[in-house]
Structures are given as C-alpha cells and as structure tokens.
Design a protein around this ligand. Structure first.
Ligand code: AMP
Length: 213
C-alpha cells in the first residue's frame, strides 16, 4: 500500500507515520527528515537545503524529487511506503505520478490531516526534540519532567531551527499557497481521505486506520 500523508506543518503527520509503520509494516519517507539528515552530515545538498529551510521556504523541486525517486526504489519499499511531507506542490505531485507510472506503481490513499491554524502555531512553537534519541515533547501539552532534559535518556532537548514563530508563519503560508492545491488535485483522482487531526494520538490513529482499511 502506497500512502501520501498530506497536511500542514504541525498536523502530526510524522507522529502518526511512526505509529503507522508498526501497524502496516511499511517505511515512512519524510523528505524533511532526509534533508535534516543531509544537513547534519554536512553534505553539499544539506547545506544548500538549509538556506530554504531556515526561511520556511520550499527546497527546489529537483532536489526533493531526486531524493524520493532514489528512496522508493530501495528494497524495503517493495511492499509499500508512506510519503510524509512530499509532494508539497502540484509540480512535485505530477513528477510523482510520472515516476510511479514508470515503476508501474500507484498511490492508493492520500490522507489529509486537518488542524486549525491557531492550534498549529501552538503545536509547532512548543515542540522540542531530544538531540540524543529523537523523542518528541511539547512544552505545554507533553512537557518533560525536567525542563530541557529528555525523560527517556536524559539527552538535551532542542527546538528545531524552523519552529520559531517567524518561520512557522512562513511555513503555514507556503502550505496555503503551494500545498493546499493538492487537496483538489487528489480529490479529482478520488484518492483524498480527510481526517480530523484534533484529539488524542490514539483517536487520530484510529481515524486513519479506519480509512486505510
Ligand atoms: P518538514 O519536516 O516536512 O516540516 O519539512 C521541513 C522543511 O524541509 C520545509 O519547510 C522545507 O524547507 C523542506 N522540505 C521538506 N519537504 C519538502 C518538499 N517536499 N519540497 C520542498 N521542500 C521540502
């Protein structure tokens, strides 16, 4: 089963993807994670991408399309995969359709996770991640026992560079202008499944698994 997770930054796509990996046994392909890994490794691609990411802008299509193409051809994607954060605009969606046509594959479901804007800002600006084990926390909704310290491994918690309020505002605008048109794009292909992204993580997971079957 090939799935696209669509929705604004902060909708919880990454969190739900991690749980869907267990439920369906297919990998998550997050272009954001791939770009952050390239940046951490100091590759030319990562350093180039940083310029866009720091501003909340989209990294050029050719870069992310190349990353996804390489990734979906890997062995662990043979039974399916979840695209998280890709496609981000209509031209990426068209490139994906072309790529999948050549591989004789299809997208089965596009899960669109919907969350109101004011809630997204609260979620994104309070988000904290452990530098050591990658565990996620939230200053307000899921605070660690000791401020700035991971409950699981005592690693240092940090805020993603692009989760400050100014960059969050830009990212939400990019979503409205460039990514939201994909709702229409996939509705026309009869692949869109809208999910209410407000509620407990378990409740949202149950809504997603109900539409995926
Ligand atoms: P995310 O982790 O999905 O919120 O992505 C973080 C940042 O990575 C975005 O704000 C973009 O700068 C970049 N990015 C991630 N995915 C894409 C994509 N499909 N197209 C262009 N830029 C992307």
């Amino acid at each position: 089963m090939n799935i696209v997770l669509l929705g604004p930054p902060g909708a919880g796509k990454g969190t739900q993807a991690k749980r869907l990996i267990e439920a369906y046994g297919i990998p998550q392909i997050s272009t954001g994670d791939m770009l952050r890994a390239a940046l951490k490794a100091g590759t030319p691609l990562g350093l180039e991408a940083k310029k866009y990411m720091d501003q909340g802008a989209l990294v050029p299509d050719s870069v992310v399309i190349g990353l996804v193409k390489e990734r979906i051809e890997q062995k662990d994607c043979a039974k399916g995969y979840m695209l998280d954060g890709f496609p981000r605009n209509v031209s990426q969606a068209q490139a994906l359709d072309k790529m999948l046509g050549e591989l004789r594959q299809n997208i089965d479901h596009v899960v669109c996770v919907e969350v109101p804007n004011d809630e997204l800002v609260r979620r994104l600006t309070g988000r904290r991640t452990c530098r050591n084990c990658g565990a996620g926390f939230h200053e307000m909704f899921d605070p660690p026992k000791k401020a700035g310290v991971c409950d699981k491994c005592e690693g240092e918690l940090y805020q993603r560079d692009d989760d400050n309020e100014t960059t969050v505002t830009s990212r939400l605008k990019v979503y409205e202008d460039s990514t939201k048109p994909l709702i229409d794009y996939y509705e026309k292909q009869a692949k869109l499944r809208r999910i209410d992204g407000v509620g407990s993580m378990d409740a949202i997971l149950a809504r997603i698994t109900a539409v995926l079957g």
